[in-house]
Design a protein around this ligand. Structure first.
Ligand code: SF4
Ligand code: MG
Length: 343
């Protein structure tokens, strides 16, 4: 069968306007030619530093933005495939039941003036799923599935902890019986222990409801345990995509190597030794990306060729490991070279 979601050469360029006549003087190429497939029940992690375009990609898939070009192929419940990029009006509203998002900051994404029953119930009401007593029952069920006590449904968001508020956000996302949930830095603002609990909860819910996840985060260690596959983004493009264990054991892109080098070591028997790979400078400005490989000003392997030619995303192994680097086959990357295991 076709994948649940397939992005084909997706672009989201925001015009930059200047002067009295609001003339377009350039474009911020936040998403610049992304192609990805997401299978049913899969969790695809999307990582990169902030400013790499991952949140814009998430919002474009949800059609919060109208993409500049490209396709968002989605396999609907009837089995047919629709291009979300070309949908509008009620057809889009219908799809919005299937595709839901959980935001980073429940503090600002939950209305502080509404009790939980209304925050979650709104989605049930708007979509004609339930009302009255039935709505109350559904809200109670949803609260229970995310580990919240239904008797608190008349409380307001401020009465809950950060982790609990994120659970309210998750329950709200689940209220319309979605198939695809996008978690945009959904655990990034939480303490490490609460992060782990929330990730476990998301995994349980995935199994229970047969969900597919796009899990967006800036931190590789956060996506590691939940993702089947990981796509690494840099300045609007996917620079590497592979099964999770391959990203960690055999990264092929120098940017991934640098991101991995920053991942903390959980195992106390391992300790750091020598130099870590430091990422010099900042993510390139997507309004003025460097010529050639956008990563070249920060890449320790860059050559003259890298400054001139854009490396395309190429599949380099039989299991679908894809990378956009001119030297993927010849570089020997080892983000853990500076780590020794004493015993
Ligand atoms: Fe570095 Fe060149 Fe590869 Fe880009 S193409 S990641 S600059 S080696
Ligand atoms: Mg973001």
């Amino acid at each position: 069968p076709s994948p649940l979601l397939e992005l084909n050469d997706l672009r989201m360029h925001f015009p930059i306007r200047k002067g009295a006549f609001r003339r377009v003087v350039g474009h911020v190429k936040a998403v610049d030619g992304v192609s990805l497939r997401v299978e049913d029940g899969e969790t695809l992690g999307i990582v990169g530093e902030s400013g790499c375009g991952k949140s814009t990609l998430a919002r474009t898939v949800l059609r919060i933005y109208q993409p500049t070009s490209g396709e968002i192929r989605y396999r609907s419940r009837s089995g047919g495939t629709v291009d979300l990029a070309a949908l509008s009006g009620s057809a889009l509203d219908e799809i919005h039941r299937d595709l839901r998002i959980v935001f980073q900051d429940p503090q600002s994404s939950l209305n502080p003036r509404l009790p939980v029953i209304d925050i979650i119930g709104e989605v049930l009401g708007v979509n004609g799923i339930a009302k009255g007593r039935e709505l109350e029952h559904r809200v109670a069920d949803l609260m229970q599935s995310v580990g919240l006590r239904p008797e608190y449904m008349h409380r307001y968001p401020h009465a809950f902890s950060g982790g609990e508020r994120q659970r309210i956000g998750i329950a709200r996302a689940l209220a319309s019986n979605p198939r695809l949930v996008i978690a945009d830095e959904a655990v990034s603002a939480l303490d490490v222990s609460v992060q782990a609990q929330t990730i476990n909860l998301l995994q349980d819910l995935q199994e229970q409801f047969g969900l597919t996840y796009l899990f967006v985060a800036h931190d590789l260690s956060v996506v590691r345990h939940i993702s089947d596959n990981i796509a690494v983004m840099y300045v609007g493009r996917v620079v590497e995509k592979a099964p999770t264990e391959q990203i960690f054991s055999r990264p092929l892109h120098p940017y991934t190597e640098a991101l991995l080098s920053a991942v903390p070591i959980a195992d106390p028997r391992m300790r750091r030794h020598g130099q870590r790979i430091r990422l010099a400078g900042e993510v390139a400005d997507p309004a003025h990306p460097p010529p050639g490989c956008a990563f070249h000003p920060r890449c320790r392997y860059a050559t003259e060729l890298c400054k001139q030619e854009v490396p395309g995303l190429r599949t380099v192994t039989a299991d679908g490991h894809a990378v956009a680097c001119h030297y993927a086959e010849s570089l020997t990357l080892n983000p853990f070279a500076d780590r020794i295991i004493p015993e």
